[in-house]
Design a protein around this ligand. Structure first.
Ligand code: G1P
Length: 296
């Protein structure tokens, strides 16, 4: 296998998390726990397993807890060691050793495209990954992580790559939707891309999910992008114009997506992930039984 040139992964995490208030009044939504670790850690683990040793967070006000989390906590490690909890000390230390972490601020909430543009100083001149951490991706044993699947297509075909999933017609308005030509099983060459199309006007049911491998050429297109859907600088619009210059592929990824973007979907993700874990499945099922839950 060739050594990947996708070494950096950018995480837009400047959003205010208003859909989780009051829980997110003082803590970033990315720090809400999903089972045993904060949401953001799933995305970082996926990036690292995909070959990205450099993680760039595009943060905003009130996101310091993310920096502290991925920093070393010598005091905590010391206390744990003194208490004879060497395993916990190692667990804590390993979080800071997962990758090299860098932080850049997005001063204004001008959209996902703007957030990616804020990361340009760290990603200039190289292909880089983007992970939207609200979508937690779980892949079966033996299958590469979703970002890794995109990296493999990039290594094979060159160019930029986005993750795709087929969604029902009534959900297309939530996503970036592609029009493309299938070039091989599960791989499309993207010809057009529309952010949150009006119901009925969607070019297909293939929706872009929160994983991207992007060419550094994207920055020029982001700079030239105006304000798009929702009055924001949209990554989708820049990718559409990038696709006129360079190949952009869409890949139907293999894996399961847990949307953690709203309280309802986060609850579903928590339950879904607990049911997938051997050590937790029995607890969920016996608790439902104890409560007499048999259906609606
Ligand atoms: C963003 C992107 C959209 C993509 C979606 C995936 O939208 O703009 O193209 O389909 O993420 O989750 P958002 O969820 O920020 O509205």
């Amino acid at each position: 296998m060739t050594v990947s040139d996708v070494r950096k992964c950018l995480f837009p995490v400047a959003g205010m998390g208003t859909r989780f208030l009051p829980a997110t009044k003082e803590i970033p939504k990315e720090m809400l726990p999903l089972i045993d670790r904060p949401l953001i850690q799933y995305g970082v683990e996926e990036a690292v397993r995909s070959g990205c040793g450099e993680i760039v967070f595009v943060t905003g006000r009130g996101k310091r807890a993310i920096e502290d989390y991925f920093d070393r906590s010598i005091e905590l490690e010391q206390i744990l060691i003194e208490k004879g909890k060497a395993d916990s000390a190692r667990l804590v230390r390993e979080i800071s050793q997962m990758a090299d972490f860098a932080y850049v601020r997005q001063p204004e909430p001008l959209g996902l495209g703007h957030a990616v543009l804020c990361g340009e100083p760290f990603c200039r001149g190289c292909y880089f990954g983007v992970i939207l951490p609200d979508d937690v991706m779980v892949t079966p044993p033996g299958t590469p992580p979703v970002l890794g699947q995109l990296v493999q297509v990039h290594q094979r075909l060159g160019g930029s790559v986005v993750a795709l999933e087929e969604v029902p017609p009534e959900e297309t308005f939530r996503y970036g939707i592609i029009r493309g030509k299938q070039v091989e099983d599960g791989v499309f060459r993207i010809e057009d891309l529309v952010e949150k199309p009006e119901p009925g006007s969607e070019p297909s049911r293939h929706a872009v999910m929160g994983r991207y491998v992007l060419s550094p050429g994207i920055f020029r297109h982001l700079r030239n992008s105006g304000f798009g859907a929702g009055g924001e600088i949209q990554l989708t619009d820049a990718i559409r114009s990038l696709a006129e210059d360079e190949p952009v592929w869409g890949v139907m990824y293999k894996g399961e997506r847990f949307d953690c973007g709203t309280m309802e979907s986060w609850l579903r993700a928590t339950l879904g992930m607990a049911l997938k874990r051997e050590d937790l499945r029995g607890i969920v099922l016996s608790e439902l039984e104890r409560l007499g839950v048999t259906g609606r």
